[in-house]
Design a protein around this ligand. Sequence first.
Ligand SMILES: *Cc1c(COP(=O)(O)O)cnc(C)c1O
Length: 406
Amino acid sequence: MRRIAQSETTPEAALSGQVSVDLSAISDNIKALKQRTAAPHFMAVIKGNGYGHGLVDVARTAVAAGADWLGTAQLNEAIALRQAGITVPVLSWLYLASQTSATIREALEYDVDVSLGSVGQLEVLAGIARQLGRPAVVHLELDSGLSRGGARKEDWPELVAQARKAEQDGTVLVRGIWTHLAWADVPAHPGNAAAVAEFEEAVREAQAAGLDPQLRHVSSSANILDRPEFHFDMVRAGLAIYGLAPADHLDPADFGLRPALSVAAPLVMVKKVPAGTGVSYEHQAITHEPRYLGLIPLGYADGIPKGISGRTLVQIAGRKVPVIGKVCMDQFMVDLGPDATGIEVGHTAVLFGDPAGGAASADDWGAAIGSHGDEIINRIAPRLPRVYESGAYECPDYQEAASDVA
Ligand SMILES: *Cc1c(COP(=O)(O)O)cnc(C)c1O
């Protein structure tokens, strides 16, 4: 089954390159991850447009595969899920607390759970909830060392006391308590155990204040794979559901996980050049012998990092060839070597995808530029069409699929 996501996309547009998303990989990955945890609840984290894979497609696939929670950073993405007919619980953890926020109001009306990390946020949520005549359902966030969202431990007693008061007023309902670990991607780091101890103390303080949070959650992908003692009532899985490496030492394939997303483009030109030919702007690469060059119609406007030149191999007709010369805005060159026999215009160049098929992985690309696969994938431009190769639910009719899943 194949479906091109953007309605304006013609087959010709897809000829300049495309992103393929194999939803069955996401489905299989979630099922494999669920086997690795005894936590009763499983959140699929789909922030950042489903890590670039497509928000609603990933959400539907995740729910069909057994994720009973969805997580986004932004409220707008949570609202988009509701508008697409997705009814499972959703938690969002990033918003500007303002009494006049239409977004918060809409999120609460749509039964989106929101994170709560300060007394200031609590006052805003309680105020909006009072207008709506229904409590805001919240997960209290402890800042256990990331210094991002959440309340620090010295501010925690005041937060739980105020949250308890708001519960008694009927403006807030504390469903969960959570934290996100500063050393999440390094499961063996002692900072994790220290943060989890702080978290457990924070849970005890909340209970002592009269709160009864049902969901304690701490772990993201790396700790799902490596630290079962941190799983509590729910795990929050991002990278791993997309088949991306959650930590440098954790190879997704070792856990039966595979990448869902690949990027490919047709070779649009092949040419022979003599020795001493400079390639691309400023001739940072110069041929030392007669070579064949190939032209790929993707560039940094598509999210191809400039830093990738000379650092990764592109797969064409079963061969692996290096990116050569500066990456341009819409195109880059590959070095096909002294002999391009068997390589022709129109052949597909796979930039990255599932390494089981011989291609580089997004993680390889990330490592090549000192980052990780998720940054590579998230930067792939929206202008590239997403093609859904297969799915855990029937793709062509969205409405029907939604009612199946709900
Ligand atoms: C991104 C994120 C996750 C998922 O992390 P992965 O390492 O991608 O699994 C979980 N929780 C929070 C709060 C996040 O921001």
